[in-house]
Design a binder for this molecule. Structure first.
Ligand code: HEC
Length: 181
């Protein structure tokens, strides 16, 4: 009987200890442990991006200054077919399957709707201007979350998604959207 009482006391003490530990383990009482991932030079979501270091050069493909680049890729069947595939992957969710600006994502773009790529306003622009829009995205500093960052806002820059060659294929495909009208 005495042994039983002693055992009971030991288990009771153990139980209380484990219970107390669990309060912290399961965040019933939250302790702000230091998480080392948090201690680094980075910016959180919706914080201003860090400024680019002085004298740094772009590493995300060629930067075009001044005049629009000229389309070096002939709009043959292969190029247009490749462009169509790439368009379906990278553009259709916003600009719609037929380029009319009615993709599934467009309903969620509140500030500016995707352009109707079949419209005269858009089709009148040069190949080079299409290329730059894909490369850099389209910004409107007025609406942009980060006005001091040059390209942010309406349409994301897709230079990391599409190689230079692929961008010209997409441009060649965009021209066929008009012809179908
Ligand atoms: C996240 C949605 C989104 C994606 C993805 C997207 N766009 Fe756009 N695009 C937009 C919006 C929004 C505009 C309208 C911007 C404005 O009028 O200010 C636009 C405008 C354009 C324009 C008109 C440019 C101009 O100078 O008026 C072209 C061309 C274009 N997009 C091509 C493309 C191509 C090609 C792709 C795929 C490689 C693509 N976009 C992917 C949202 C998107």
């Amino acid at each position: 009987m005495r042994l039983f009482k002693q055992l009971l006391t030991v288990f009771a003490v153990l139980g209380v200890l484990v219970g107390a530990l669990m309060i912290f383990a399961y965040d019933v009482v939250k302790i702000d442990w230091i998480v080392f991932m948090e201690i680094q030079d980075s910016y959180g979501s919706q914080e201003k991006p860090l400024p680019v270091p002085a004298l740094s050069i772009p590493v995300e493909g060629p930067a075009y200054l001044g005049a629009d680049p000229v389309n070096p890729i002939p709009a043959d069947e292969d190029s247009v077919a490749r462009g169509a595939q790439l368009y379906a992957i990278h553009c259709a969710m916003c600009h719609g399957d037929n380029g009319q600006g009615n993709g599934t994502v467009s309903a969620f773009l509140l500030k500016k709707k995707p352009a109707d790529l079949t419209s005269a306003v858009v089709q009148e622009k040069s190949d080079g201007s299409f290329f730059l829009s894909i490369t850099n995205g389209i910004s409107n500093p007025e609406n942009s979350l980060f006005p001091e960052v040059q390209f942010s806002g309406q349409m994301p820059s897709l230079n990391e998604n599409l190689t230079v060659r692929e961008r010209w294929d997409v441009v060649n495909y965009l021209r066929t959207l008009n012809a179908g009208q």
